[in-house]
Ligand binder design. Structure first.
Ligand code: ATP
Length: 442
């Protein structure tokens, strides 16, 4: 029986990942390859937490070893290879397995992209962000030769017990300042705090201005992951609060902080993202998260933060204008009589704006927003603009008539196409006589 089986690591994987990993182990064993489980899954397993995706490494000097193994073991799977050092992502219908070949990383200057080279297992573990992520479990006979059941070069297991995140050398945050963002995310997820030495290193990194060197794209990706974690049950306000207390937010963008008033809405948004009322892919989660977080900050700072995090285009406009839209929408929702009026008030809001709005709304408006978005918004009108043209309507009158028909339909006063056409005819007639009156007055 393998060590992994003995300690139950494979059993902890979701079934689809488990059978893929077992297949990879079996082929790797036949080929005499050393394969280990590393990083997040080992950490989560030892903590007794759910293990989501498998993360494997192959000990081999040939960078393509992982790719060859994946192709042979899982011929039907979608295999995507990245970079010269053969990081392979295996996409299965209900699972994802990452398979890399051991490598070393060296940072030529602080914040620069690392120079990656073939390495040993030790190199691969020692290039990692925190000791708790530098644990490995050997999975094949070759990997186990002369090794412990859990390979722990830097006392990661002690840190797990002490609930501590510890960087592996004092310049780690200089090398890659995004590790501070990862620390906040992982700290929030696991309830861990930074070790004393890591706090000192963070202070030095802040003093040396390393956060100015984090590119917009990397910052956005880290923020995306922060709101991804919310979808798995972590309160996004916790990670943002840590980053605020550590002075990292202000180092990323002067003045940036977590305002007290967005803490509860962020927590509510987090709960919504766990089982969202409508599909909420990554970009939508990020947009809703930023809209809620940045809402109490002044408009200039909000705009600068979006630029800093390389959030561009229509989504940036929606986040920037969200606070005004929220105030108007919540006011309208409070006054609206009937489903038609609610639809008219909320129409045109994107899914991310509705999520952010839900995070700020008290129970009654929240119920109204949910009913609008899930029941009323998808309803189609029984007539189209062309039908109204055929009845003699033209110009802005068409849009007004369609809006009126929609409101009447949602309020239950209009049953089907015939009713809609009758109302359109009536509106057309009123308009004609109204216009006639105006002409007479002139
Ligand atoms: P998890 O650790 O739960 O898998 P995650 O999704 O953030 O969280 P990945 O981004 O997939 O993890 O990274 C996988 C592993 O790669 C981490 O456990 C860590 O050991 C290492 N890693 C990721 N980013 C960095 C980094 N910036 N510096 C050093 N090591 C990193």
């Amino acid at each position: 029986m393998s060590v992994a089986a003995r300690i139950g690591l494979l059993e902890a994987l979701p079934p689809a990942s488990r059978s893929a990993v077992e297949r990879l182990i079996s082929v790797a064993t036949q080929r005499g390859l050393a394969v280990h489980m590393v990083g997040g899954p080992v950490r989560d397993f030892l903590l007794g937490r759910a293990v989501r995706d498998a993360d494997l490494i192959v000990e081999d000097r040939i960078p393509g070893a992982g790719l060859d193994l994946a192709r042979e073991a899982l011929p039907g799977a979608r295999v995507v290879a990245h970079g010269r050092f053969g990081t392979v992502r295996i996409d299965l219908p209900e699972a994802r397995v990452d398979l890399a070949t051991v490598r070393s990383e060296h940072y030529p200057s602080p914040g620069a992209l690392p120079i990656v080279a073939a390495g040993t297992l030790d190199d691969d573990l020692l290039r990692r962000d925190f000791a708790v992520n530098a644990l490995a479990v050997p999975l094949t006979p070759r990997a186990r030769e002369g090794r412990a059941a859990i390979i722990d070069l830097v006392k990661g297991q002690e840190d797990l017990a002490a609930k501590t995140l510890r960087i592996l050398h004092p310049r780690s945050l200089h090398d890659d300042p995004t590790r501070a963002l990862r620390a906040a995310r992982l700290g929030a997820r696991l309830g861990f705090s930074l070790s004393r030495g890591s706090r000192v290193a963070l202070r030095d990194a802040l003093r040396d201005g390393v956060f100015g060197r984090v590119s917009g794209d990397r910052l956005r990706r880290e923020l995306e992951k922060l709101f991804d974690d919310a979808a798995h049950g972590t309160d996004p306000a916790l990670a943002l609060r840590m980053l605020d207390e550590w002075h990292v937010l202000a180092a990323l963008e002067p003045g940036l902080r977590l305002h007290r008033s967005s803490v509860a809405p962020l927590r509510r948004l987090g709960r919504l993202l766990v089982s969202p009322p409508w599909p909420s892919p990554r970009l939508r989660r990020l947009a809703a998260g930023l809209a809620v977080w940045l809402a109490p900050l002044d408009a200039g700072l909000r705009q600068r933060t979006l630029q800093r995090a390389a959030v561009r285009g229509e989504v940036a406009v929606r986040i920037a204008t969200f606070p005004r839209l929220r105030d108007v929408a919540l006011r309208e929702l409070g006054k609206a009589r009937g489903r038609g009026a609610i639809d008219a008030g909320l129409g045109g809001l994107g899914d991310e704006e509705l999520l952010a709005l839900l995070a700020f709304a008290v129970p009654t408006p929240r119920r109204r927003i949910l009913r609008y978005a899930t029941e009323d918004r998808p309803r189609r009108l029984p007539v189209a603009g062309d039908d109204l043209v055929a009845l003699g309507l033209s110009g802005p009158a068409i849009g007004k008539a369609l809006a009126r028909i929609r409101a009447e339909m949602l309020d239950g006063r209009l049953r089907g196409r015939d009713d809609a056409l009758a109302l359109a005819r009536e509106l057309g007639r009123r308009r004609a006589t109204g216009a006639g009156r105006r002409v007479q007055r002139v």
